[in-house]
Write a protein that binds this ligand. Structure first.
Ligand code: SIN
Length: 515
């Protein structure tokens, strides 16, 4: 790193360049900010891969009230209604703002956006772009806007390894780039680092998304919330490729049905059928697979040869896998797609650590509850970025140079953690498997090796899942099949998780103490 980087000290630092990070940087303009991204801008983020779109109540038959009701129903009792209302009411204006920034939505000839339907939405309310490449188009527009904005300094190839904390508040970040490690001083850091799919074997997230934002926040002392709630998308394309390609819920919105190898529609009698909430559909698909049956998404009747025109990206992904969705059913299986849990934040993205904000998937503000309503997340990223930016801008900077800590953590590697997490934190969980996972993760989290940070995140997730002795939303326990009477969100610091983990792990290692 060179002297130029140190000239940036004191500016707000945004970590991550998906929709949430890009939008936060834009909303902070004209205040000078630094945007740190591991990958080149616009290349690797869950936002880029998003197919469906952004949910907003724009239809003549729709209203924010209906969108709120659908979000609360999907969230299975755990949404924060005030947050839901605020996000949903802001959504239509946010879509207008994105169009002004250059987002080219798919529109009717009169210029009104076409609206798609996805699971658990009672109305068509998903705006989309380039058919099924909404994320790519959104990120393209935002990257172009960021490149035009002189107040935003983008540093690519920067892997943030630690947040620096003094007197309980953030004072900077330690990042590693091509030229080595650098400490950047700032008492305003926004995490926008995405989710945790890379901790699992089967995911639609970029494999580099393995919860780094959560480990940064947790090691800085921040509380994390609702970590046990992991959303599995029911229809990832079932090929050996990782990350898995998504087959958007919007395909089911157009009438595609889920069938087994004999063409039996196994969701026909479920309320909502293929468009039931995502957790319900994912469990039904999982059950079929667990029984040894293959599962397919059949779009031949509803779309047939129109498939490629409406879903060009998915058609291409299928073609690459040797499947023609116009004339054959698509093999699918569930894959980790979204994390409802995250850094516990208030409505303006403020975490429990002064100077630290979080925005987008890495944050947990209560919008999604136990199960996110489809396409609410890009909307949330865009809408809440404005509130985060306002809150960051309201804090006056102190900022001076920081020295590097004596030890810069090594590049994190989630590989040793993946099999443990995939086994214990899948679609259906049970106490014994979670206890075994906690016992295996605890020493990894306590170590100083490359698996330590991913293991710390996984450990917190496993502890939260063990402690939630009920089935709710995406969290399904085979040993606690009912919902508890009282719905409550969960909240944990790393210190609390470590302590609880030791107690949980103890019965699993009865001989360790006497040895
Ligand atoms: C999809 O297109 O099915 C994904 C939409 C989402 O996860 O919000």
């Amino acid at each position: 790193m060179n002297a130029d980087v140190h000239d940036l000290c004191g500016r707000p630092i945004i970590v991550g360049a998906g929709a949430a990070g890009l939008m936060t940087a834009l909303r902070l303009a004209p205040e000078p900010v630094v945007l740190l991204t591991k990958a080149p801008l616009g290349v690797e983020s869950s936002s880029v891969l998003a197919q469906g779109g952004l949910a907003a109540s724009l239809g003549a038959d729709d209203s924010p009230e209906l969108h709120v009701a659908d979000t609360l129903a999907a969230g299975d009792g755990l949404c924060d209604e005030a947050v839901v209302r605020r996000v949903v009411e802001a959504a239509p204006h946010a879509i207008d703002a994105l169009r002004r920034l250059g987002l080219a939505l798919d529109c009717a000839p009169d210029g009104t956006p076409l609206l798609g339907l996805e699971a658990a939405h009672s109305r068509r309310r998903i705006v989309h772009a380039a058919g099924d490449a909404t994320g790519r188009e959104l990120v393209r527009a935002l990257v172009a806007a960021v490149r035009r904005m002189p107040s935003i300094t983008v540093l690519e190839g920067m892997d943030v390894r630690r947040l620096l904390v003094e007197d309980g508040g953030i004072v900077g970040v330690v990042a590693v780039g091509n030229a080595g490690a650098v400490a950047l001083a700032s008492d305003r850091v926004v995490l926008a680092t995405g989710g945790v799919g890379g901790l699992f074997a089967d995911t639609t997230n970029p494999l580099g998304s393995f919860g780094q934002g959560l480990s940064l926040a947790a090691r800085a002392g921040a509380a994390l919330a609702d970590l046990e709630f992991v959303q599995f998308h029911p229809t990832a394309l079932d090929t050996p490729q990782r990350p898995m390609s998504l087959v958007s819920e919007a395909v089911r919105g157009e009438g595609a049905v889920l069938v087994d190898g004999h063409g039996r529609r196994f969701l026909a009698d479920t309320p909502g059928a293929e468009l039931a909430p995502r957790d319900v559909v994912a469990r039904a698909v999982w059950k079929e697979l667990a029984a040894g049956r293959q599962v397919f998404l059949d779009a031949r009747q509803c779309l047939g040869h129109r498939f490629a025109a409406r879903f060009p990206r998915i058609a291409q992904l299928c073609r690459e896998a040797g499947i023609d969705p116009a004339v054959e059913p698509i093999p699918v299986r569930p894959a980790v797609h979204y994390h409802m849990g995250g850094v516990a934040v208030d409505g303006d993205g403020r975490s429990s650590v002064p100077g630290l904000w979080a925005c987008g998937e890495v944050a947990s503000n209560g919008l999604h509850g136990a199960n996110r309503l489809a396409s609410n997340s890009l909307t949330e990223a865009v809408v809440s970025a404005a509130w985060v930016a306002k809150s960051v801008a309201a804090v006056s900077p102190r900022g001076n140079r920081r020295r590097l800590p004596a030890i810069v953590p090594t590049q994190p590697d989630p590989a040793p953690v993946r099999p443990i997490v995939s086994k214990a934190l899948g679609i259906v969980r049970d106490g014994e498997a979670l206890r075994t996972a906690v016992a295996a993760l605890l020493p990894l989290a306590e170590s100083c090796d490359a698996a330590s940070d991913p293991a710390a995140v996984a450990l917190m997730m496993a502890v939260a899942a063990f402690e939630r002795d009920e089935s709710r939303g995406s969290h399904c326990r085979s040993d606690f099949t009912q919902r508890n009477r009282l719905a409550c969100r969960s909240r944990l610091t790393l210190g609390e998780a470590m302590k609880t983990a030791s107690a949980i792990a103890e019965p699993a290692t009865p001989f360790a103490r006497s040895a």
